[in-house]
Write a protein that binds this ligand. Sequence first.
Ligand SMILES: Cc1cc2nc3c(=O)[nH]c(=O)nc-3n(C[C@H](O)[C@H](O)[C@H](O)COP(=O)(O)OP(=O)(O)OC[C@H]3O[C@@H](n4cnc5c(N)ncnc54)[C@H](O)[C@@H]3O)c2cc1C
Length: 402
Amino acid sequence: MDYDILIIGGGPAGLSAAYAAAANGAKIALFEKSKEIGYPVHTSGGSWLSDLEKLGIPKKFMYPIKTGYFIAPNVKAVFEYEKAEACVLDIRGLYQYLAEIASERGAEIFINHTVARPYFEGTELSGLYVRNHGVERLMKAKLVIDAGGASCFMGRELGITKGLSRYGIGAEYDLYAPDWPEGQVALLFGEKFAPKGYAWVFSYKEKRIRVGVGIIKPDTNVDPRPILENLISDNDIFSDQLKSVSRIEYHTGIIPSQGYLKHTISNNCLIAGDAGGLISTLLGEGIRFSIDIGRMAGTVASESIEAKDYSLSFLQKYEKMWQKKYKRIFDAGQFLNQRFSTYTDEKWNQKIKLLARLSPENLTTLLKGEFTPGFILKAFSDAPDLIGDVSVHLLKTAFKSA
Ligand SMILES: Cc1cc2nc3c(=O)[nH]c(=O)nc-3n(C[C@H](O)[C@H](O)[C@H](O)COP(=O)(O)OP(=O)(O)OC[C@H]3O[C@@H](n4cnc5c(N)ncnc54)[C@H](O)[C@@H]3O)c2cc1C
């Protein structure tokens, strides 16, 4: 079987690229090294209802969040939403759904297939060597989409990046937690909870929560795993709600934290999702961006197949599309992420105290990284010091792209 486009990775970016490209009539093969789509889980699944609905994601995969706690060593802020804006996702359910709709459009998904290395004809990328059960075979195609996640596989092979020099490492338990209120999440900041990062408790369905700790390397060298154990078993903040938990799953993962790649197209290849650092590093949020930008990559790649034009100038359309919609969010997120890494416990106490002054709606805008000039001015008047030290940068980027 001949394919037009080969896709590396069956996460949200790869599956969405496969869906969009197949829907446009391109012949697609997607390779996923794991034995299952959506497992092992390496994400916490926090996201936003309205953004996912706009992408056509069924509500059944979203567990709405009504209460959010922000906790610093000595300060706590609580936000109550009458109508939920955030949600926590059923990851396996959602990713398998993304695989189903891609398959329905005609994409072929190969699980248990690891992309081992690229194949070049001369200097031109012309396919991939793919390994299944120890047997390697060559698959040729006009284009490759790398959606293989934080390993930045094709970016490294094509000399676009040397790989991640700054990244988050997360360790998380999925727990049976009968005493944790459904629809409640908590984010915890400061040395004790997660030096140079944050810890989280996400309720995602009745009696089930994901509790995790994420830290950023090389900003710190601490191991998140013992901190996670402590957070669950020796926690004076949520001791009642976490008193009778039981461990059901353990997840780990890496998240790019150095900003997006300068080039996300090169030599017959488009790079999407974590592979291109195309996420908001503000809180390490990538799922909704991966779905949307994955679809952009699939759409442009299939148009390139149809036009028989694989030139960089044609593929540029992809880069322009994601930049237009998300560059501002990614830039602001990266700026703030680097700031957060310098915060002391005292600074976190001050910031969370100020955060408490925001309305729930403005908190949502802040967490989504949507720093429009109007929002910055509003947040500035509600809590002048909250974004005081970064407001000049945010205003500059907001006005530049407004
Ligand atoms: C601990 C943690 C918590 C997170 N929490 C959130 C959150 O709450 N909300 C949010 O929006 N984002 C969160 N993220 C980020 C989010 O998970 C990622 O941004 C998102 O998964 C990126 O999707 P992707 O498709 O680009 O990559 P991935 O989801 O990493 O998918 C890549 C796929 O490619 C496969 N693959 C890799 N190499 C090969 C190969 N050579 N051959 C074949 N297959 C290959 C992998 O097995 C994987 O399935 C979190 C990340 C971590 C690590």
